[in-house]
Design a protein around this ligand. Structure first.
Ligand code: CA
Ligand code: CA
Length: 179
């Protein structure tokens, strides 16, 4: 009976030690991790309209990052692994599905990662109020006139993803509006 208790005690101690060792290993790894920050623009954005994602890895290392989306309908303009330039990776992302998407960038130097959540509205809901109506057309025309007068491009209005605002976006808007 005593031997049994001792055996069980030893087993418990072993389990606790193994757990602590595991936790300790995790803590050491986290303490040595490299900070990864991600910015996204525009966010909120729209389905089918390009989002620019920038990962910044502390210390400006070379090496690579892997980009990952938790959405099966999203695509990046790059193939993993992606080279860092002075610790920075800039990519484009397009998702056909409205909703919240979680994007992760993992620094392959030590496996450090970070995530950002992007909110995507329906393609024609460019003023992001949940409805598709005349107000979106007003928003588009206002952004279009401002852009023609020298203001920076409002990327949620760049419906054909060519980084300029012109008649082609109006055509794409009408198509999205009718969809
Ligand atoms: Ca709207
Ligand atoms: Ca455009």
């Amino acid at each position: 009976m005593n031997k049994q208790i001792i055996s069980i005690s030893c087993l418990l101690i072993l389990i606790v030690c193994t757990s602590l060792a595991g936790l300790n290993g995790y803590t050491v790894s986290a303490a040595g991790a490299t900070a990864v920050t991600i910015t996204s623009s525009p966010n909120p954005g729209n389905a089918n309209i390009s989002i620019v994602l920038t990962a910044n890895v502390a210390g400006n290392p070379t090496n690579f990052v892997n980009w990952f989306s938790n959405s099966s309908t999203g695509t990046f303009n790059v193939t993993n692994p992606v080279s860092l330039v002075s610790g920075v990776s800039v990519v484009s992302y397009i998702d056909a599905q409205p909703g919240n998407v979680n994007i992760t960038a993992t620094y392959l130097g030590d496996g450090s990662s970070n995530s950002v959540t992007i909110t995507l509205f329906r393609p024609a809901d460019i003023n992001h109020d949940g409805s598709i109506n005349f107000n979106d057309i007003v928003y588009f025309v206002t952004a279009y006139i401002a852009y023609k007068n020298g203001a920076p491009i409002n990327l949620v209005c760049d419906l054909n993803n060519d980084k300029t605002l012109n008649f082609n976006d109006l055509t794409a808007f009408v198509a999205a509006y009718q969809a």
